[in-house]
Ligand binder design. Structure first.
Ligand code: ZN
Ligand code: ZN
Ligand code: FE
Length: 765
């Protein structure tokens, strides 16, 4: 007896295109004896099927349970329709829908199947550096337009050969509709250039490139989201040369090793670290350095950590293939001079990296969107992002609310912008420091690209209150020319709101926000950064803050923390201590000039910044008087902490003001008594943890607040983070820290968007 046949229409939203979703549906339909069709729309995937109730139920269950690895189902809608009498199951051509939008997959590291084929001598893609399939390969960085189809990617230039076409057209093949599919016959090729000439191609080029690295020279490698500069990380001379040419004095370099076993010889790795290193996002993971490793000290001077990643493209796998005479670990740092954006084009590489690299491992697949390597720390068995880029962007954060269409432009340094549409927050890849024309261009192009591919037309713009930020100027300019609504957002309020949004804290929630940061424009026009805020998305109150001290010389004080040291002594009423041993290297005359500058208030803005307090203390206890990159003094201070010291310097809470005078006093006595730097560093950290605990307990008593949110760049200090979270939890607080976006300004735009939405009433009360 024939069982009765029913019809169903299914609409699925989320990341369902370019991830093998239709062939997956096709396979399921075959397995469950279902007929009908599946197709991509610009809003997701649409399915119509006929089948018996039992078969349909099994089919729909499997759709949601066996989803392909890269897919992410955010909405699943299913309607009964009359059966259509389908006889087969087929994949139909895409059907665009006006105004709809589709999340796009980030770039994905080489999958295990492709890796197997890469090293299989019988496979037709044996040792082919651009092997990929539906489950892996480039996505975001090659997409020019939507829908995600080959002609709309930088792979359009390569016409598929018959073999590749056959795989591309076969729904049961792993490469069915894999847009970047290619082989040695038809796809991109590599070649090596040195001394301005093209010397070899293919496997020969690869081996010659390895010889460049073996010889301790610098190799520029075109990767997924830009060029890397690579060299032997175990060769101090090579690392030194790279530093000199790149004008990068001390800032640590990222590393790539062929496998976990190699990394384990250099650093401590826990299970979560392993999982993260091996994840398909393949970020740089910051690990605790192990003594006795082979990596040169010059890779990360003054730091107790190393940043490692595993190969994430087939080219990396081949380039790092272990051999007895080949370096076990490579420096893989972004291909740029100093703080410029990473180079992406071949011509540009020849021009801008000429003086930096001895050889160029080039290829002819173009990079549409520049994307840096992501950087992650592991905290409490989960990710704690420092830089969100390749592998993560542009995967959106699903919010708990529909916010309409918003653009938030972010901050000046470590910029990332955020575009919101409905419940999705598209947080951009790391754009960089907006200090040069190239980065500003990348920012503007990035916003246009995201607006285009996600079909977003913001009617609300959120921006930082700092009038000189280029991101702020951009926001105001657009607001004016397009007559959009605009909301200026206080920097530290945005930090706290970003972390709240990640955790889905409800509108109306009131939290204690510990916004500990380097810098941010305050409501009173001074520079804030050591702020205890109380509030939620819609509003906040600044309830406590560090006692302001001066930044003698403005930005110069950030580069020369000894100036901050003097300012802190002055603010703490410890001028008598000016002959501190740590300041011996600074001659008396310069010290006098700075003191006069502060007394007269000349170019000496006030700040309540916690980041600058760390810098100042680092200077006073002798960590360093000058820095070569932002927060270097604070980072080295953290690395010096003696873990056995439990006591902290005294701090005073006087109403709204946090007074560090007793701490500075005690610290000066310690330096005079020759107490070890590690002990002083520990006592300072402990002082801040004690202070945090006191502030929060007082706010719990006074205002019945129990939730504490940690955000701002200072929270990249892991000792401070670990100890503060442990203390606050022990005292019964619920503590929230970042998991999705960085605590630094890279996460700011998300908070700006939420606050703007709340202030115009788009977030409820
Ligand atoms: Zn693959
Ligand atoms: Zn081919
Ligand atoms: Fe900030």
């Amino acid at each position: 007896m024939m069982s009765e046949v029913y019809g169903v229409r299914i609409q699925i939203g989320g990341i369902v295109q370019g991830v093998g979703f239709r062939p997956f549906v096709y396979g399921l339909a075959q397995r469950h004896g279902i007929s009908g069709w599946v197709r991509n729309t610009s809003a997701g995937v649409e399915i119509e099927v006929d089948g018996s109730p039992a078969h349909l139920q099994a089919f729909m269950h499997a759709l949601q349970e066996e989803t392909p690895v890269l897919a992410q189902i955010d909405s699943f809608r299913c309607d009964d329709i009359p059966p259509s009498g389908f006889e087969t199951f087929e994949i139909q051509a895409s059907k665009p829908k006006a105004g709809a939008y589709q999340p796009i997959s980030p770039d994905v590291s080489l999958c295990l199947d492709c890796r197997g084929e890469l090293f299989d001598p019988t496979d037709r893609r044996y040792r082919y550096p651009f092997i990929n399939c539906t489950n892996c390969g480039p996505r975001f960085t090659i997409i020019r337009d939507i829908p995600y189809d080959r002609p709309n990617t930088t792979m359009a230039a390569f016409e598929m050969c018959d073999d590749c076409r056959r795989e591309y057209d076969d729904p049961l093949d792993r490469r069915y509709h894999a847009q970047p599919v290619a082989c040695p016959e038809c796809g991109p090729q590599i070649w090596l250039e040195s001394d301005g000439s093209e010397s070899s191609v293919g496997e020969q080029a690869l081996q010659a490139a390895r010889d460049v690295l073996r010889a301790g020279k610098i190799l520029a490698v075109k990767g997924l989201g830009g060029f890397h500069l690579a060299c032997d990380a175990t060769n101090p001379k090579a690392v030194g040369t790279l530093r000199r040419r790149k004008l990068r004095v001390d800032k640590p370099f990222g590393l790539m090793a062929p496998d976990l076993a190699t990394i384990e010889k250099e650093a401590h790795i826990g299970e979560t670290e392993k999982r993260t290193l091996r994840s398909r996002q393949r970020p740089i993971v910051i690990l605790r350095r192990q003594p006795g490793g082979a990596v040169a000290m010059a890779v990360a001077p003054g730091q107790s950590t190393l940043g490692f990643m595993l190969p994430y493209t087939p080219l990396h796998e081949l380039l790092l293939e272990p051999a007895p005479d080949f370096p076990p670990v490579l420096v893989m740092t972004s291909g740029n001079l100093s703080e410029e954006p990473i180079v992406t084009g071949n011509l540009e590489a020849r021009r801008r990296l000429e003086a930096l690299a001895d050889g160029f491992l080039m290829n002819d697949r173009e990079i549409e969107t520049r994307c840096d390597d992501s950087v992650i720390r592991i905290f409490r068995d989960g990710p704690y992002p420092l830089r969100r880029a390749r592998g993560y962007a542009p995967r959106p954060l699903k919010l708990s609310w529909d916010l309409g269409q918003i653009l938030a432009t972010g901050a000046e340094l470590k910029n990332a912008f955020c575009l919101v549409r409905g419940p999705y927050a598209f947080i951009s890849h790391h754009i960089g420091d907006m200090e040069n024309y190239e980065t500003l261009q990348a920012f503007e192009q990035g916003i246009r690209h995201y607006e285009h591919i996600y079909n977003i037309r913001p009617d609300l713009v959120a921006y930082d209150l700092h009038p000189d930020y280029l991101a702020t100027r951009y926001a105001l300019e657009r607001t004016r020319t397009e007559s959009l609504r605009a909301v200026g957002v206080q920097h530290h309020h945005a930090h706290i709101a970003a972390c709240m949004a990640e955790h889905g804290l409800q509108p109306g929630t009131r939290v204690i926000g510990l916004a500990f940061d380097g810098t941010g424009y305050g409501l009173d026009g001074t520079i804030w950064g050591g702020e205890v805020l109380v509030g939620g998305y819609a509003s906040f109150e600044r309830v406590m803050h560090l006692r302001p001290f001066r930044l003698p010389g403005g930005d110069l004080a950030v580069r020369e923390p000894w100036r901050l040291g003097l300012a802190l002594l002055e603010a703490a009423g410890c001028e008598a201590e000016l002959d501190l041993p740590a300041l011996e290297g600074i001659d008396m005359e310069r010290r006098t000039v700075v003191r006069r500058q502060m007394a007269q208030g000349v170019n000496s803005p006030l700040t309540s910044s916690m980041g600058r307090l760390f810098d100042a203390v680092a200077a006073l206890i002798g960590v360093r008087t000058h820095v070569n990159y932002e927060a270097q003094a604070a980072i080295e201070l953290e690395a010096l902490v003696d873990p056995d010291v439990q006591d902290g310097y005294p701090m005073l809470l006087c109403g709204e003001e946090i007074d560090y005078s007793p701490m500075v006093q005690a610290l000066c006595e310690d330096t005079e008594n020759g107490v070890e730097v590690g002990v002083m560093a520990a006592r300072f950290h402990e002082a801040i943890v004690n202070l945090i605990s006191e502030c929060c307990r007082q706010l719990r008593t006074d205002q019945d607040l129990h939730d504490v949110v940690l955000s701002g760049g200072v929270w990249q200090n892991m000792i401070l983070l670990e100890r503060s979270v442990a203390r606050l939890e022990a005292e019964g607080f619920r503590v929230f820290w970042h998991r999705e976006v960085p605590a630094n300004d890279g996460g700011l735009a998300l908070g700006q968007a939420l606050i703007a939405a709340a202030q115009v009433g788009a977030l409820g009360k």
